[in-house]
Ligand binder design. Sequence first.
Ligand code: PCA
Length: 209
Amino acid sequence: MTIDVLLTGFEPFAGAAGNESWAAVSRAAPRLRQRGARVAEVELPVEFGRAGDLLEQAVREHRPQLVIALGLAAGRSAITPERVALNVRDARIPDNAGASPVDEPVVEGGPVGYFTGLPIKAMVSALDAERIPGSVSQTAGTYVCNDVFYRLQHLLASDEALAGIRGGFVHVPSADVVDAATAAEALVAMVDAAQGTVVDLARSGGAEH
Ligand code: PCA
């Protein structure tokens, strides 16, 4: 089946009861459906390798036009569309299967990094318009979120059958910073912005460090 949007979030990790990324996806998907969009959502395991395998499977199955993968970044103070995925795994804490890779590539022989395929400046502008805190992030880290982000960009860049699919990654902060209802509203606004933007805005999303 061909769909418009594939959204993914993660299961809980590091002993938490829930994961804000999945809370946002599971609340936003029915709202997008209500407005006529064809949406698929997948909850990914916090496991190096397997999470990317499942995302790849979902992209091949659904052939969406747009893929937005979400993850939790506790400690951040805004919703942060990610600029770049890196070809490295470096776990500070074990993943949910107990794996702690250090300085391993996500994809052996793959390029050092990929830029997002999402119009992240337009997405941040859309968050501004909703008065939801948002900013561009320059790195998705080196844990499972970056793993999934890199796998997604590598897949979309290397398989011609998937040409034209736009995808990328967004970190959401913990619920005490942005609550679940607001994170879902933010996700709907970011989907709208991504669908409505062909050439990204030339506004600054830079940082000195
Ligand atoms: N956040 C972690 C992995 C799963 C999640 O929600 C990360 O930022 O890598």
